[in-house]
Design a protein around this ligand. Structure first.
Ligand code: BGC
Length: 734
């Protein structure tokens, strides 16, 4: 629709109709012809006749269903403004990829972009217009359940992924293969105090700007069409009512022109936050702060009109928010075709088609991180294998966000292994959860309990079957609902019953390969002590079993690297490689050990550090050099290193460049990732890998709060992971 027509339409709207555009409800409000007053309507407290004025729907899919809803809606709507369909498509739609934390471990933004393209295609033909993704919250605390939705702890990497995903979803706005992207949760939702869900965030402005904001900015710069507010506070004010964040920063400083949507119920939650007294004040605070759409509450719907009519709210706030929603609808072409990409035939053709599944399988083998290998992997197809443990033949492999997955289509570990191995058997070995554990699932009053199986019987059966095996593959992990939203944990070890299974099997003195399924880094010391090899599989999605088997039998040589540190124990949380320098660094301080920055009962270093991950090849680094020791504004320097594959197996090494600013006007991180490169090396081949270093890579929020670099000494490190000490020094002179 031409802009003038859109303005005409906008001018024809009543105040009620404008407010309606700012309200988002879930699909079950619209699933039958008549609104059910005792169902969702009464729960949300929305006036029944306002339901058909609301502008968007959350989490409903399926071409037929969405076309029907759109038809019914348009029939009842006076001004015939199509409804927007938004949904959480996080790590794939029906073809489910590994969880985002796993995707982060690929260190491969192009691959991640393609996962977003596939998800967009499947979602678009199913009638969806917008995805609440990417989630780009920087995370450092493995206690927080939602680390599984993030790409990890690194600023640079998260920016690459944010851009890749927005571009992947939105493409060139083709209705049949793209959807609009909503970056979330703006801002800094990944830093809740003590890792507890929905808790306060307490960050200095410098850390916020230097570390937590860049990934959202990267998504905005890549053109994402929506931004979702986060539940947390920043500087004491919940973001959903925080004008400094939503208007001054997002709109004025970053020039974001798209739609801002609240997170689920976040406007209403301004009341329990204690920054407003009632829902009228909540509506006023949020709309004035710059939050356009109210997700799933009646706060806007029931209050904005009265606020305007009583003169307490300037109507311009409603006008500008409504216009942004209309512009988004127009941009997506809904006025020309309200169904947009929804197409039942295309659904049949594309959803979970062979090509998408094959690609998903490749993503599994590129995201499983090999944490340990005492020369036992890859296995030989003729070995007798027992696959045991609660994930041995479990199709719940897609993580807590896979709301559209068809479990029947998931390839289990056993399915995958038996396709490639000649002698594979399986048994459950243990329940997933300890007997005394109670786990709330996503609402609905259900609690997951121990699978009702007798742990002792399962263990005995496993011990019997293991007698016969050459190698035991033990599948261990968390329940998928132990991570994800509301999945914070104060203990990040495996259930006792699973450790008991592992330790019992260990007494048989047979080689043990442990496969770990989790939505967070777990404390794996006991697993390490009782395994010959460990593969961190995350929740690998629909093709999990095939992708894992590809690694186990060596069809694929693992190349993934940890995008989040694995702590030694929960006591180290939050932890990340890019911590700030202290006055008494444990390794180099001149003080006696006691009086340095360290724990008395465990190491400072994580169990497995950021960037770590093994391969079946063995890579060595030599000859790190800089083209010049002086960097200026106009003159880049090139850092080079020689990487050698010192093995008989071809493999891909992810070479990592880190930089340290030795002296700054404010305390600087001990290392920061600034470049990655993948290099494929044949057996015994060497290649030189180089990175350009330019002044802009050294900028940070200085003492004067300007984002700029400072003259002085820097160290460039190039190596296998964040613990690398291969280094050369240079100086910046501006
Ligand atoms: C989550 C968001 C999600 C929204 C809609 C909220 O509870 O925090 O990430 O997009 O629900 O489902």
């Amino acid at each position: 629709m031409e802009q003038t027509k859109l303005v005409e339409l906008f001018n024809s709207l009543t105040l009620d109709e404008k407010i309606g555009q700012l309200v988002q409800l879930s699909g079950n409000f619209f699933e039958s012809n008549d609104v059910i007053p005792t169902g969702p309507v009464s729960k949300v407290g929305i006036d029944e006749n306002k339901v058909y004025q609301s502008g968007s729907i959350l989490n409903t899919s399926g071409a037929k269903q969405l076309k029907d809803i759109q038809d019914r809606y348009l029939e009842k709507s006076d001004k015939k403004i199509p409804m927007l369909f938004m949904a959480d498509i996080i790590n794939g739609f029906k073809t489910v990829f590994p969880i985002s934390l796993g995707l982060g471990c690929s260190f491969d933004p192009e691959m991640v972009k393609k996962t977003a393209q596939i998800a967009a295609k499947e979602a678009a033909v199913s009638g969806i217009h917008v995805t609440f993704s990417p989630m780009v919250d920087l995370v450092r605390d493995a206690r927080w359940g939602r680390v599984m939705e993030s790409n990890g702890e690194d600023v640079y990497l998260n920016c690459l992924y944010a851009k890749a995903m927005v571009e992947g979803y939105q493409g060139d706005n083709d209705p049949s293969s793209s959807i609009a992207s909503c970056v979330k949760h703006f801002a800094a939702y990944g830093a809740p105090v003590a890792g507890r869900e929905y808790n306060t965030v307490e960050l200095s402005e410098r850390t916020l700007r230097d570390q937590y904001l860049p990934s959202y900015k990267a998504a905005v710069d890549a053109g994402c069409k929506l931004v979702m507010t986060s539940f947390n506070t920043i500087n004491g004010i919940p973001v959903t009512g925080n004008k400094e964040i939503l208007r001054d920063l997002l709109r004025d400083e970053w020039e974001f022109n798209g739609v801002v949507i609240s997170d689920h119920s976040a406007i209403k939650e301004l009341i329990p936050h204690g920054v407003v007294e009632d829902s009228k004040a909540a509506a006023k605070l949020a709309i004035e702060a710059g939050c356009d759409i109210d997700m799933m509450t009646s706060t806007y719907s029931n209050n904005l009109k009265e606020l305007v009519e009583s003169g307490q709210l300037d109507k311009k706030f409603i006008d500008e928010a409504c216009m942004r929603v209309l512009e988004l609808k127009n941009d997506l072409g809904l006025f020309e075709n309200p169904y947009r990409g929804a197409d039942e035939e295309a659904e049949k053709k594309y959803i979970m088609c062979d090509e998408f599944r094959q690609f998903a399988r490749e993503t599994v083998s590129k995201t499983c991180v090999l944490l340990k290998n005492n020369s036992i992997l890859p296995l030989n197809k003729n070995q007798k294998l027992l696959v045991v443990g609660p994930y041995a033949n479990n199709n719940n492999l897609s993580g807590s966000w896979s709301i559209n997955v068809d479990p029947e289509k998931v390839i289990t570990v056993y399915d995958g292994l038996k396709k490639q191995g000649n002698h594979v058997s399986h048994t459950n070995g243990s329940p997933l959860l300890d007997e005394d554990s109670k786990l709330d699932t996503f609402g609905y009053g259900k609690t997951v309990k121990n699978d009702n199986e007798d742990a002792q019987t399962l263990l005995e059966e496993a011990m019997n079957q293991a007698q016969d095996a050459d190698v035991i593959i033990v599948t261990l992990g968390e329940h998928p609902h132990q991570s994800g939203e509301g999945g914070a944990r104060g203990d990040i070890t495996l259930p006792k019953v699973q450790i008991e299974l592992l330790k019992s099997l260990r007494t048989l003195n047979k080689p043990i390969v442990s496969l770990i399924f989790s939505g967070r880094p777990l404390a794996l010391k006991e697993v390490d002590e009782n395994s010959d090899a460990i593969l961190q599989c995350w929740f690998p999605g629909t093709e999990g079993g095939d992708g894992i088997a590809d690694i186990i039998f060596g069809k694929v040589n693992p190349s993934a690297r940890l995008s989040m540190s694995f702590p030694y124990s929960v006591g180290q949380c939050p932890i990340s490689y890019n911590e700030f320098s202290t006055g008494r660094p444990a390794k180099t301080s001149t003080h006696s050990k006691r009086f340095t920055s360290r724990y008395t009962d465990m190491p400072n270093d994580p169990y497995y550090c950021f960037g770590y991950g093994l391969s079946y090849s063995n890579f060595t680094y030599s000859n790190i050099q800089l083209s010049d020791n002086t960097l200026t504004l106009n003159n880049k320097i090139t850092a080079r290193v020689t990487v050698t594959n010192d093995s008989e197996i071809e493999g891909t090494e992810t070479v990592q460049l880190y930089i340290r600013d030795l002296v700054g006007s404010v305390v600087r991180p001990v290392k920061e990732l600034k470049g990655i490169q993948k290099v494929l090396l044949k057996p015994h081949e060497s290649k030189e890998v180089s990175f350009d270093i330019s002044e802009d890579m050294l900028r940070f929020i200085r003492r004067d709060m300007k984002f700029d670099s400072e003259d002085g000494q820097f160290v460039a490190f190039i190596g296998h992971d964040s613990s690398t000490e291969n280094q050369q020094q240079f100086v910046l002179i501006k």
